[in-house]
Design a protein around this ligand. Structure first.
Ligand SMILES: Cc1ncc(COP(=O)(O)O)c(C=O)c1O
Length: 396
């Protein structure tokens, strides 16, 4: 039984997909005629623990001293930093000192904060994974930094191009690479940290969906291997809701003061009441319950997607299935080319994104590689969507 009360305290029922596309790509409000929008990036917003969040807000409002309503510490409320440090150490193996943890508006603001610090320190460019999240590049660009695409293979960043790149900072997603879904090998993790030490550089570890693991032991955070080189960042965007704009970064000692000063000048600190409510949710055990609940729902949806792909697209291989909220499906060339596949599926009301939109590689094998988000879709919608896409392709 689910132990989180998900009832709507207002008594009204929110629309199932009441979201707008944010900084990061996510399904927009469904267009008329769209049966299934498989774009990655959004959790199931109907799983947001409304009652538990409302209870946390009531509790903290009743107990907060007046002084706590003044400008907050720009690093974040001490009670939240302590709660998050313990949570990240326990769940992700992060070496987390609350004094080196900064509460911020999601991975997006963490990226911008680090970008402004790196720019001020003389960096001109940052390495990004290829394929990777287009938003990493856009956010760094907003701070005046160019980006260098660095190719990924089945183990992580390839050493040669990294060594040749004229950068001293990279952003990576080692636990469940976005979008390929691979988990970086131990060797490549070691290689990246050796590189960072050799160039006196930094690694931004975006642990965007690190909480969701299905068939394998959790991959611990890279940051745990070298807290002085890795800036760790994550948020509640996948576990609670992106609309909360609540996230964190855990910093090397050498960067703390500069990042905190930028956070202060950017917005004079993060909203105190939301911070206090999250601290209550974490320390009361409600956050862990929410993660378990989402994990169960997302595993079921992942299984529904794998079954639908096997049924409707024989010969498809699927990777990145052990974790996260999306997979990569590779369909034989007879389904291609990718642009035609995506266009036909869209004509049948099924929104899909080809992997080639996330990077520079254009493999010549003609296969159709798709990045398929499933967490926000009910199993029945997943099955219908894949069935319709297959029909639109004429049963090939
Ligand atoms: C690669 C990646 N990083 C981070 C995020 C989340 O960003 P934020 O924490 O700012 O909501 C997303 C959201 O879709 C993402 O795809």
């Amino acid at each position: 039984m689910d132990d989180i009360d998900n009832s709507d305290p207002s008594g009204s029922h929110p629309p199932r997909h009441a979201t707008v596309a944010g900084v990061f790509d996510g399904p927009p409000v469904p267009a008329p005629g769209v049966c299934a929008d498989f774009r990655p990036g959004t959790p199931d917003l109907s799983l947001f623990p409304r009652a538990a969040w409302a209870a946390a807000q009531r509790t903290v409002l009743a107990g907060l001293p007046h002084g706590a309503l003044g400008y907050p510490d720009p690093r974040g409320l001490p009670v939240l930093r302590a709660a998050l440090a313990a949570l990240l150490a326990r769940r992700r193996g992060v070496v987390a000192d609350p004094d080196r943890l900064v509460v911020c508006s999601g991975v997006a603001q963490a990226t911008t904060l680090l970008g402004t610090v790196l720019r001020a320190r003389g960096h001109r460019a940052v390495g990004v994974e290829d394929p990777g999240s287009p938003e990493h590049g856009r956010l760094f660009a907003a701070t005046g930094l160019d980006t260098a695409w660095l190719p990924i293979d089945a183990e992580g960043l390839r050493p040669g191009p990294l060594a040749a790149a004229d950068v001293r900072a990279v952003v990576v997603t080692p636990a469940h690479q976005f979008p390929s879904g691979i988990a970086w090998s131990a060797e490549r993790r070691g290689m990246l940290l050796d590189w960072a030490r050799a160039v006196d550089g930094h690694v931004l570890e975006d642990d965007y969906d690190g909480d969701f693991r299905y068939d394998r032991a959790p991959v611990g955070a890279l940051q745990g291997l070298d807290p002085e080189r890795v800036v760790y960042t994550g948020s509640v965007s996948k576990s609670l809701a992106p609309g909360l704009r609540l996230g964190w970064m855990v910093l090397p000692e050498a960067l703390v003061d500069e990042v905190v000063e930028r956070k202060r000048t950017m917005d004079l600190g993060h909203p105190a009441l939301d911070q206090a409510a999250l601290a209550h949710l974490v320390t009361s055990g409600g956050y862990d319950r929410q993660l378990r609940r989402c994990q169960r729902a997302y595993r079921e949806r992942r299984d529904a997607l794998l079954a639908a792909l096997a049924r409707h697209f024989p010969g498809a291989s699927v990777t990145g299935i052990a974790a996260g909220l999306h997979v990569i499906a590779c369909l034989p060339a007879r389904y291609g080319p990718p642009a035609r596949f995506v266009e036909r599926a869209a004509g049948a009301g099924v929104v899909l994104r080809p992997l080639e939109e996330y990077g520079t590689a254009r493999p010549a094998d003609g296969a159709v590689r798709l990045v398929i988000g499933y967490a926000h879709l009910a199993p029945s919608v997943i099955a219908e969507g894949m069935g319709r896409a297959a029909e639109a392709l004429g049963g090939r």
